[in-house]
Unconditional design. Structure first.
Length: 150
């Protein structure tokens, strides 16, 4: 069994145990441990993503969650996510709506890391958003000033 499969199996067992316990403290601990295992697996997938990030200039995104919205510059973009500049008002792990301004692309995303005025987002693609970002990345790779409008 691979390490990844083993971590997924451990996380599932922890979640199952959490559902069976009556202690709220123990349940929260077990769920936290499962989340940590799943986050480790997610980080491993991101680190092995194989597709490069495209540096961007002049590309802006709207991030929204709940009643909060923030417009931020996008510093790089990849099929799996984006690097943004600016502090985000959401904690690591928060799910946000990501919408590129001036481009036909939106996707749900998760804040994977944040600090020092930067943040990294992981996209959860629909087939439509995956196709849209592939087209946009192809245009950005061809453009000498990545992100400038066609």
């Amino acid at each position: 069994m691979s390490d990844a499969a083993h971590r997924r199996q451990q996380a599932a067992a922890l979640r199952s145990s959490a559902g069976e316990t009556k202690s709220a403290t123990l349940r929260d601990l077990l769920i936290g441990m499962a989340d940590a295992l799943e986050s480790r697996e997610l980080r491993a997938q991101i680190d092995q993503r194989g597709q490069g990030r495209v540096p961007t200039s002049g590309v802006w995104a709207r991030l929204s969650a709940g009643r909060r919205t923030k417009i931020v510059p996008v510093v790089n973009l990849a099929i799996g996510g984006a690097g943004i500049e600016g502090d985000v008002p959401w904690p690591v792990g928060a799910e946000v709506a990501f919408e590129l301004l001036d481009h036909d692309l939106s996707a749900p995303a998760r804040v994977m890391w944040a600090g020092n005025g930067m943040a990294g987002l992981l996209f959860f693609h629909s087939p439509e958003s995956r196709l849209a970002i592939n087209h946009l990345l192809a245009r950005l790779r061809r453009s000498p000033a990545a992100g400038d409008d066609d």
